[in-house]
Design a protein around this ligand. Structure first.
Ligand SMILES: Nc1ncnc2c1ncn2[C@@H]1O[C@H](COP(=O)(O)OP(=O)(O)OP(=O)(O)O)[C@@H](O)[C@H]1O
Length: 225
């Protein structure tokens, strides 16, 4: 996976919430850090076309996110902080199956893929559960499985551990560490990202530090701690 942002600005209400950002993202684990309201969510939402640039260009594996939105969305999965709106079907397995509908798989194969995705996160037993009965942590894991079943090349996590208890936080951490797919993670959980390949610090819509996580975290603590 290779994502490129060239001279990207995002303007809202006459204000640049991202300002002339240039980045090439190709490491397997990338953290995005920064204070509240600095532009982190806006930055990662650019990667799957949820937000399009007011100026400049964003491309994922050569596909322009503004022009090839459908293609880009198939390559880039998105796990939100609050999975409430991400699970839409009444039964967990239906929710995962929906994403695969376009593949027109035989029923047994579809079921196998769904179960495999759930089992990957230790929640195979939730396949036939009514979605509204899930706990917050289970919901987060189901949302993650529903993204992964689509086999995206890149998974973006926007504050994935904020609402979770220690056990589920560790599950999400392990999932991020182990998955072969590329991951870009927005987080205030500095321990989560310490072993990543790269950390980008955003402040007031600009990249203010881009480094290995160790020095980037030290810098972030010194300036915003
Ligand atoms: N659609 C919009 N219209 C107006 N302002 C917006 C819009 N989207 C974001 N903003 C503003 O842009 C700034 C950056 O928002 P963003 O959500 O990207 O920040 P963030 O770094 O993810 O914040 P947090 O850590 O609090 O989640 C904030 O001041 C926010 O209020």
């Amino acid at each position: 996976m290779r994502a490129v942002l060239e001279g990207v600005s995002v303007v809202r209400d006459g204000r640049a919430i991202l300002d002339s950002v240039d980045l090439t993202l190709r490491e397997r684990r990338i953290a995005v850090l920064g204070p509240n309201g600095s532009g982190k969510s806006t930055l990662v939402r650019l990667l799957n076309g949820l937000v399009t640039p007011s100026k400049g260009r964003v491309a994922v594996d050569g596909h322009d996110t503004a022009k090839d939105a459908a293609l880009v969305r198939r390559r880039v999965g998105f796990v939100f902080q609050n999975p409430e709106n991400q699970i839409v079907f009444p039964i967990v397995s239906e929710d995962l199956a929906f994403g695969l509908k376009h593949l027109k798989l035989p029923k047994a194969e579809l079921h196998r893929r769904v179960l495999e995705a759930l089992e990957r996160f230790g929640i195979g037993h939730l396949a036939e559960r009514q979605s509204h009965t899930l706990s917050g942590g289970e919901r987060q894991l189901v949302a993650l499985a529903a993204v992964m079943v689509m086999k995206p090349a890149l998974v973006v996590f926007d504050e994935p551990t904020t609402l979770l208890d220690l056990r589920n936080r560790n599950r999400i951490r392990a999932a991020i560490t182990e998955m072969p797919e590329s991951a870009i993670v927005v987080s205030h959980d500095l321990d989560l990202v310490r072993d990543f390949d790269r950390a980008i610090v955003i402040d007031q819509g600009r990249v203010v530090r881009d480094d290995r996580p160790g020095p980037a975290i030290d810098w972030y603590r010194a300036h915003f701690g």
